[in-house]
Design a protein around this ligand. Sequence first.
Ligand code: TXA
Ligand code: MG
Length: 305
Amino acid sequence: MTAPDIAAAVTVLRSGGLVAFPTETVYGLGADASNPEAVRAIYRVKGRPADHPLIVHVASAAAVPRWAAAVPPAAAALAEACWPGPLTLLLPRRADVDATVAGGRDTIGLRVPAHPLALQLLGAFDGGIAAPSANHFGRVSPTTAAHVRADLGDEVNLILDGGPCTIGVESSIVDVTVEPPALLRPGGIPLEALEAIVGGPVHTDDGGVSRAPGMLASHYAPVARVELVEDASEARRRVEQLRTLGERAELLDPGPDPDLYARHLYSWLRAADDGGVTTLVAVPPPAVGLGWAVRDRLRKAAAPR
Ligand code: TXA
Ligand code: MG
């Protein structure tokens, strides 16, 4: 990426426009986090309810006090160990931070992304960039610039192309305003790693009601119906059975490597839709490392709509 692209993106952000940019997890739809009008444009373009808070991306942990009223010890340890990287920390929102970006909540989600282009953009902009995933509400997140173009096209002023995202699933969201810290969304930093960093348990309410709005059961869904089958040979038989019933069924079974599964998951879901697949029978990865996040997204894609 050349310097003029970054300069153009900064100009767009300063004038209240929208810039899609790569992160190591998924592409973000960015706006100046300090400009409520620009932030409202994100909600409008995404078709997202106004009470679903946005993550504010910052250049480094040094920017945290600008947004957060306090930094609990667990937050400092997690930021130190994981940033730049796929971790979002929920911290108490400073009273002078506009509530629009936080969906009206008294907490603020902060993250330092690891993609070099994102860091260049944040460095040049010298402020916080509010950014949800750059897709329409409820659909599969984009992991390439082409995905963003297909979803948002002219609705975004500029798209920075940084190649395919290397992690492929969204950041882990950890609420550090509670004790013990709570994992609200499994993501790019595995649960095991989070617990090792805080030196104790991290709460998860798997299957329970999530406290992160926007974590709806039917999120991250392709148009194709998704069925989950843990056993690979059983999954193959299920595909055959669906085909004899006249369905356009496909198998998703990339093997046991959770990192590879995460990196390509959203591309595969999109490819299924592009190919007119009616049912995708997916064999989930084991529940280790990024496998937690992939299993979470697959479960949501398979949830009744
Ligand atoms: O990897 C990521 O996190 C990507 C990239 C672009 O950074 N962003 C992303 O944003 O996934 P989004 O908006 O698609 O998902 C953010 C989630 C939403 O479920 C939102 O409700 C939750 O984070 N969230 C953000 N701030 C929150 C807050 N203050 N309280 C509760 N939930 C919050
Ligand atoms: Mg999203």
